[in-house]
Write a protein that binds this ligand. Structure first.
Ligand SMILES: *[C@@H]1O[C@H](CO)[C@@H](O)[C@H](O)[C@H]1NC(C)=O
Ligand SMILES: *[C@@H]1O[C@H](CO)[C@@H](O)[C@H](O)[C@H]1NC(C)=O
Ligand SMILES: *[C@@H]1O[C@H](CO)[C@@H](O)[C@H](O)[C@H]1NC(C)=O
Length: 346
């Protein structure tokens, strides 16, 4: 119950731990088949994403300071005009039709509309260098279909909520070998399925991006830092410690939990929008867009959860009005004969 207490008593926690941890909700901005990080300008891009954050999001985005280009954000902090996105999850019926799995609002996030829960964690005040305008990065490997073999140090996992209401707790992700897996859960999850994507915490200090959007950042020398373990030592090649960005997405699989609807061979029915039926290819995309030094301020001042002295916490009544119209004109809803983009399940 450590984790639940952690969130329920932020004031006490702040007194006891030096860790800085923003945890806040970002509502859906759009669902679209564009990808300004990996496939800038491609309309459509390969697979569908669900995107949150600032309304400067587009099929391509300049490396200029996007906080200057956006006029609103779906995130809790009004100063956070960043964009965060992941692949979507689809259910595949016995007849081969697909339906997009909606998201549910995460625990203790309030009246968000679907979206992503975002974390920024630092070991303590003045221990990390916040990202600069134009910074972007990617976590994961879209084509992976096998285990990373990293044991508990996985950078992406799924949590099967074995009961409604988040299974009664929200223990830290990728930390419970009984319930956190690199693959989609193999049984129906009555409380839905949580995706966790954890980004690297070390930066080369020079490049805002790299050709594969990964090489300018790195994991600590001991391997990927599981969530909230941000003390790892950075390699000499990437000596600058950056905040740990971490996404949580809770998929509302409850409409798809009837074993009669699951494959007759006993396999599980969910696939990523890439066609991945394993889950190993889960990934996350990040485009930094905080205003000025707002993120550095939060990291240096032991800010915690969805509030921070000096930053503006906007209500979801406001955040939920921010949106971007889809660029690609295609039907992603209802029963689909194939995944958008025609991906085969493999
Ligand atoms: C997205 O880019 C197109 C041009 O490619 C432009 O017409 C449109 O206004 C942009 N949308 C936003 C929200 O910036
Ligand atoms: C496929 O199965 C789903 C779920 O049972 C059903 O709702 C849908 O209508 C079916 N589609 C076709 C084309 O038969
Ligand atoms: C696992 O997948 C990775 C990424 O696609 C690939 O590089 C590696 O060769 C695969 N390993 C095995 C044992 O298949």
């Amino acid at each position: 119950m450590f984790w639940l207490g952690f969130l329920a008593a932020p004031a006490a926690v702040q007194a006891q731990f030096s860790t800085t941890m923003l945890r806040f909700g970002c509502s859906q901005l759009t669902i679209d088949r564009i990808d300004p990080l990996v496939e800038p300008g491609n309309i459509p891009s390969a697979h569908v994403h669900q995107i949150v954050g600032g309304n400067a999001f587009n099929a391509s985005m300049p490396t200029a300071d996007i906080s200057q280009l956006a006029s609103c954000t779906t995130c809790t902090f009004a100063q956070d005009l960043s964009n965060y996105w992941t692949a979507n999850v689809y259910f595949r019926a016995r007849n081969g039709s697909f339906k997009r799995v909606p998201q549910m609002v995460n625990d203790m996030i309030g009246d968000a509309n679907a979206g992503i829960t975002v974390y920024y964690t630092a070991p303590g005040p003045n221990t990390v260098t916040a990202f600069k305008p134009g910074f972007r990065m990617f976590s994961g490997d879209v084509n992976r279909r096998n285990s990373t073999g990293l044991g508990s140090k996985i950078q992406s996992c799924f949590r099967c909520y074995d009961a409604p209401n988040f299974g009664g707790n929200i223990y830290a992700p990728c930390s419970d070998p009984q319930r956190d897996t690199e693959t989609f859960p193999t049984k129906p999850c009555p409380g839905g399925i949580r995706s966790s994507v954890i980004f690297p915490i070390c930066w080369d200090g020079r490049n805002l991006d790299s050709p594969n959007h990964i090489d300018h950042v790195a994991h600590p020398v001991d391997g990927p830092a599981p969530f909230a373990v941000v003390n790892g030592q950075c390699p000499q090649s990437h000596p600058v410690k950056i905040p740990q960005v971490h996404y949580e997405v809770v998929w509302d699989t409850t409409a798809f939990n009837n074993p009669q609807d699951w494959p007759e061979d006993g396999s599980q029915p969910f696939v990523l929008s890439t066609g991945d039926p394993t889950g190993y290819g889960q990934h996350g995309d990040y485009v930094f867009g905080w205003e000025g030094d707002a993120l550095q301020h939060a990291m240096d001042n032991r800010c915690f959860g969805p509030t921070c002295n000096g930053l503006t916490t906007q209500g979801f009544d406001k955040a939920n009005t921010c949106s971007v119209a889809p660029v690609v004109n295609e039907d992603n809803e209802g029963w689909l004969d194939e995944l958008p983009g025609g991906h085969h399940v493999m």
